[in-house]
Design a binder for this molecule. Structure first.
Ligand code: AMP
Length: 208
């Protein structure tokens, strides 16, 4: 799943995981968990995340390598990774060694106005990480997770100033990864202003 922050990568990934037998590798979720548990990775990554910058490749690459070693029977769903060309190269090399390849890169092509609306209303469960939106995907009981009754909070990096920073970082450091996959002929371009319900069948059809 590829696209700027707020494009809906995590939301669409959750639907795909319900339907397909895939191992989810979301580097943002892994980093947030490491921060919450004050693990060494979290302590190193936190300052970059708080500033809306990318965490350096030498911290990200080992996380993904470890996950790729875990399960060969399932396919993988990468969400928010790769975000730089060195990450994309490492992924290709490692998958090559496992005799696997990337079948599809789903690009949720979303403009800034839509992103700002989505991210300012985004809420996440403090306990299980489930994602909601105050108007688009409200929970049944205000402020509480439908799945585990955890408390819904705003991510620290979903404040407007940090969102604008993350969008700039996306344009400067991540957008170029698209060309890498376009050249390989695996890119699916999806209009990111469509609703969740309109988007999912398009992605699904491209994977079947
Ligand atoms: P996300 O939840 O995917 O928006 O990620 C939240 C933050 O984690 C990002 O703003 C980055 O600071 C960091 N991060 C997540 N994935 C990566 C990655 N593949 N490369 C570098 N930094 C990442």
């Amino acid at each position: 799943m590829f696209g700027p922050p707020g494009a809906g990568k995590g939301t669409q990934a959750a639907r795909l995981l319900d339907e397909f037998n895939l191992l989810h590798i979301a580097t943002g979720d892994i980093l947030r968990e490491a921060v919450q548990q004050s693990r060494p990775l979290g302590l190193k990554a936190r300052e970059f995340m708080d500033r809306g910058e990318l965490v350096p490749d030498d911290l990200i690459i080992p996380i993904v390598e470890e996950k790729l070693g875990l399960n060969r029977d399932k396919g993988f769903l990468f969400d928010g990774f790769p975000r730089t060309i060195p990450q994309a190269r490492m992924l290709e090399e490692t998958l090559g060694r496992l005799e696997l390849e990337i079948n599809r890169v789903v690009f949720l092509d979303t403009d800034q106005e839509v992103i700002l609306k989505r991210l300012s209303g985004r809420r996440v469960c403090e306990q299980c990480g489930e994602t909601y939106h105050v108007t688009n995907i409200p929970s049944k009981r205000a402020g509480m997770c439908d799945r585990c009754n955890g408390k819904l909070v705003q991510r620290d990096d979903d404040k407007e100033e940090t969102i604008l920073k993350r969008l700039g970082v996306y344009r400067e450091q991540t957008e170029g990864v698209l060309g890498y996959y376009r050249d390989k002929g695996v890119l699916l371009n999806v209009d990111g202003s469509l609703s969740i319900e309109e988007t999912y069948p398009i992605i699904r059809a491209s994977l079947k």
